[in-house]
Write a protein of this length. Structure first.
Length: 368
C-alpha cells in the first residue's frame, strides 16, 4: 500500500476536525461552561449535594472536551509549521518527526470522531453495568470476575470514576454477578456496545484433567435514571374546579366553595381536596398529591424504557458478541465488527478501546 503524503494526511485530519467542531458546537460548549461556572460559584451550591456534584462533574467534562478539541486544533497548526520548516531546511529528521505527529493526530481525531456518533436519547448519561456468570459453572464465575476487572481497568486507564455497587461471590471461585456504575458523561453511549454474551475458551484451571472449557458471561448496560424530585405543571395543563365541601368540618367548611378538584388534562389524572378550611389550602394540598402521582407515573414510564433497553441481553448462545480464546491459540474477536487481536492479556487488562470504537461505528451504520 502506498504511503500517504504527510500534507495530504494533514489536510484530511484538518477537514475531519473541522466537521467534529461543527457537530460538537464548540461556541455553545463555551457558553455552557460560562453558565456552569456561575452555578458552581453560588454560595449555596453544596446545600444540595446531588445537584452540586452534577454541576461540577458536567463543568469538568465540558471543559475537558473543549481542551481536547482546541488541543487537537493546535497540534494540526503546529504540524503544518513543522512541515514547512522541514521543507525550508530540507531536514529529513524534522520531516520524519512531523510525519509521526500527523499519524498520531489521525488516531486522536478518530477517537474524538467516535464521540460525535453518540447521539442516542440516553447516550449522554452515566451507566450502570451488570456482569453475570452464565453457562459454564465455576469457569463462568471466574470469567465474570475477569470481565469485571477488565472494565474497571478500562475505567482506570481513562480516569473514569466508577463504583462497584454490588458483588455476589460464587462458592468456589469468581463471582455470580457484579454491578458497578460509571460516573462520567457518555458512559452509557460508550459502554452500551459491550452489552451481550461474552464467551471464553481456555484450559480450565479448575479441571484436574486439564480439559478445555467453554464458559459464558452476560453483560448488561443501562443508563442511570436522572432523579426528578419536582414536577412542573403548566397552568394550561390544569383544569381547576371548586365546589362546596361535603360532610362534617366545622364552621365555614360547608358554606363556601373551598373544595378543589384538579384535573391534569394531558394524562386525565384527577385529584381533589376538601379537608382544609380555605380554597388556597386545598389547592396547595391537591397540587402536592397531583405532583406525586405524576412523578410516580414518570418513574413507571422510565422503568418501561429501561426494560425495553435491556433487550435480549441475557446470556445465550444466540447473543454472543465477543469471543476470548486462550487455548489452543490466543485471540479476542468481536463477532459483530470482526475486530480481533492476539494480545489477549492487554484486552483483559482493559485495553478495549478499539473494540468499543468499532462497536459504536457498527451500531451507527445500522448494526442493531
Amino acid at each position: 500500500m502506498a504511503i500517504q503524503d504527510p500534507r495530504e494526511a494533514l489536510a484530511e485530519h484538518d477537514a475531519t476536525l473541522t466537521s467534529i467542531e461543527k457537530v460538537l458546537d464548540v461556541p455553545s460548549m463555551r457558553q455552557e461552561v460560562e453558565k456552569l461556572e456561575v452555578e458552581a460559584s453560588a454560595p449555596d451550591l453544596w446545600d444540595d449535594q446531588a445537584k452540586a456534584q452534577q454541576v461540577t462533574s458536567r463543568l469538568s467534562f465540558v471543559q475537558g472536551e473543549i481542551a481536547r478539541v482546541t488541543g487537537l486544533r493546535q497540534r494540526i497548526d503546529d504540524a503544518a509549521v513543522m512541515l514547512d520548516l522541514a521543507d525550508e531546511m530540507d531536514d529529513d529528521d524534522t520531516r520524519a518527526e512531523a510525519a509521526n505527529e500527523i499519524e498520531a493526530l489521525g488516531k486522536s481525531i478518530s477517537e474524538l470522531e467516535v464521540r460525535t456518533l453518540l447521539s442516542g436519547e440516553y447516550d449522554q448519561r452515566e451507566a450502570i453495568v451488570t456482569i453475570r456468570a452464565e453457562a459454564g459453572g465455576v469457569d463462568a464465575a471466574d470469567f465474570a470476575e475477569m470481565l469485571l476487572r477488565m472494565y474497571t481497568r478500562y475505567c482506570e486507564r481513562h480516569g473514569y470514576p466508577f463504583e462497584v455497587m454490588d458483588t455476589s461471590y460464587a462458592e468456589e471461585a469468581g463471582i455470580k454477578s457484579a454491578t458497578f456504575s460509571v460516573k462520567v458523561p457518555y458512559a452509557y453511549g460508550t459502554l452500551s456496545v459491550e452489552q451481550g454474551t461474552h464467551r471464553l475458551v481456555r484450559i480450565s484451571p479448575f479441571d484436574n484433567q486439564g480439559r478445555r472449557q467453554t464458559s459464558f458471561a452476560g453483560v448488561e448496560v443501562l443508563p442511570i435514571v436522572e432523579q426528578t424530585d419536582h414536577i412542573e405543571i403548566p397552568d394550561d395543563e390544569l383544569r381547576v374546579d371548586v365546589y362546596r365541601s361535603s360532610g362534617p368540618g366545622g364552621q365555614g367548611v360547608n358554606t363556601t366553595d373551598s373544595a378543589v378538584r384538579l384535573t391534569h388534562l394531558p394524562t386525565g389524572i384527577v385529584v381533589s381536596c376538601q379537608n382544609e378550611r380555605s380554597q388556597i389550602q386545598n389547592r396547595a394540598s391537591a397540587m402536592i398529591v397531583l405532583q406525586s402521582k405524576l412523578l410516580e407515573r414518570a418513574r413507571q414510564e422510565e422503568q418501561a424504557k429501561m426494560n425495553a433497553l435491556k433487550g435480549d441481553s441475557s446470556g445465550s448462545w444466540g447473543n454472543q458478541m465477543r469471543s476470548y480464546v486462550l487455548h489452543p491459540y490466543q485471540m479476542v474477536k468481536d463477532l459483530r465488527t470482526e475486530v480481533e487481536t492476539g494480545n489477549t492479556a492487554a484486552v483483559l487488562d482493559g485495553e478495549i478501546d478499539d473494540f468499543i470504537e468499532a462497536g459504536i461505528r457498527w451500531r451507527r451504520t445500522g448494526g442493531e
